[in-house]
Design a protein around this ligand. Structure first.
Ligand SMILES: Cc1cc2nc3c(=O)[nH]c(=O)nc-3n(C[C@H](O)[C@H](O)[C@H](O)COP(=O)(O)OP(=O)(O)OC[C@H]3O[C@@H](n4cnc5c(N)ncnc54)[C@H](O)[C@@H]3O)c2cc1C
Length: 389
């Protein structure tokens, strides 16, 4: 069945799509979402409290072309977002120094989007299968119908968390219109380890503060030993920059051996590490648990590794566990201030489907909302200009 209308078609019903649907005029858009519910990722995000944005906003917190990211972040930054949310009655709270979260539950922000986007046609359980264009009209085929429109916005996200509806449709649509895709990979995800680090698995469930160095990038925060390898905020953050090869972990940040050189206590009780972690490292390094000052020079050298523990992760936990997908539709072929394709008129890409990936801390939602804002502003301007003509 072909549904002919003049409404803007939005592929996806996640963060960027919902912001766009909320900003566009009433009855101007039709949103196609494969899931039975809107905003599934919003609901599970930020440990159920949705880390909406960050008070420290800058292009340097993103992987991607900063010249492309900057205009949207400037036009609709974290302050504009907070103001918009405040008008809808939501006052996020700051946690972990600069991260804005919903006070009690992600439902608070999702409810706002549901209320604001109600003015559009919301089609749930409609999986977009393919798109085409003839005589300036886009045809969007779902598993139920075919929709037509003069404007198509792809807001279908990346490949992460397939159980929440993720699919490759955004990249397929992009490719069908001649766009290039920057190689994708799971990001904000845990690392699996090689044989030499299998002892980490025995520490599963224990968390400790570390610094991780990946190339020229430094991440600081909690590392969680996990059944599959390494996880926790600091590891997730570091995974954004990891391609292949070695990373370095400082398991003793802000700690100096000199400060314990005269201490009579055994090292496992004075190193600022959970005791089980200290003991596991001592065993691995073949160092006896005794006071630091009685250790041999060789033993001290072995211990010093804890401040620059270098190893190559085997891989990552994969898309099933990754919070985001890095890579995506090349931003070289997208207009930075409108999100419109430079290859196909009235075709737009917003959110995570683009080759823009933020660090942990609310940066990915901010990008979803900022890019949706740039797109909405341009579509509204175009429609107004048409009306005047
Ligand atoms: C567990 C988890 C926690 C996270 N926590 C945070 C956080 O606290 N802060 C933060 O900034 N970011 C967080 N993120 C990342 C953030 O959720 C995403 O970056 C953001 O949702 C991207 O928005 P989007 O609209 O581009 O894509 P999405 O929100 O992924 O929306 C895309 C939508 O398109 C739909 N779709 C896909 N294929 C089709 C198709 N063929 N037909 C129809 N519909 C389709 C999907 O079902 C989905 O609803 C988290 C992600 C995960 C997985």
């Amino acid at each position: 069945m072909l549904v002919m209308n003049n409404k803007i078609i939005i592929v996806g019903g996640g963060a960027s799509a919902l912001m766009l649907a909320s900003l566009l005029p009433k009855n101007s858009a039709i949103l196609l979402e494969t899931n039975a519910k809107l905003g599934s990722k919003i609901l599970v995000s930020g440990g159920g409290k949705c880390n909406i944005t960050n008070a420290t906003m800058d292009t340097k917190y993103y992987l991607g072309d900063s010249d492309f990211i900057a205009p949207s972040l400037k036009t609709f930054n974290e302050k504009s977002l907070l103001k918009w949310l405040s008008r809808q009655g939501l006052e996020p709270v700051i946690r972990k120094e600069s991260q804005y979260f919903c006070k009690d539950s992600s439902k608070e922000i999702l409810d706002i989007f549901k209320k604001e986007s109600k003015k559009q046609d919301i089609m749930l359980e409609e999986k977009v299968i393919s798109t085409s264009k003839r005589n300036n009209i886009f045809y969007v085929k779902t598993d139920k119908k075919t929709y037509s429109s003069g404007t198509l916005v792809v807001a279908s996200g990346g490949l992460s968390f397939p159980k929440l509806g993720a699919s490759s449709i955004g990249y397929e649509i992009a490719k069908s219109f001649g766009h290039s895709i920057v190689k994708t990979a799971p990001a904000l995800v845990g690392f699996t380890v090689q044989k030499e680090q299998f002892f980490f698995k025995e520490l599963s469930g224990i968390s400790t503060e570390v610094c991780i160095y990946v190339g020229k990038h430094k991440c600081k925060g909690a590392l969680l030993f996990a059944h599959k390898g390494l996880s926790g905020p600091c590891v997730l953050d570091a995974s954004l920059y990891w391609e292949k090869g070695k990373i370095e972990i400082d398991f003793l940040p802000d700690f100096l051996w000199e400060n314990i050189s005269k201490n009579n206590k055994i090292i496992s009780s004075i190193m600022p590490l959970p005791k089980r972690v200290s003991k596991a490292f001592l065993l691995q390094l073949g160092v006896e648990d005794k006071p630091y000052h009685v250790l041999t020079k060789e033993e001290r050298e072995k211990l010093s590794i804890l401040k620059h523990y270098r190893f190559a992760p085997a891989g990552t936990f994969g898309y099933a566990k990754a919070e985001v997908t890095k890579g995506g539709v090349s931003t070289l072929e997208i207009d930075a201030s409108t999100m419109m394709s430079k290859k196909e008129n009235n075709l737009y890409f917003i959110g995570e489907v683009l080759d823009v990936t933020g660090r942990l801390g609310g940066y990915n939602f901010q990008w979803a909302f900022s890019s949706a804002f740039s797109c909405a502003r341009h579509i509204k301007k175009e429609k107004n200009e048409k009306k005047i003509k």
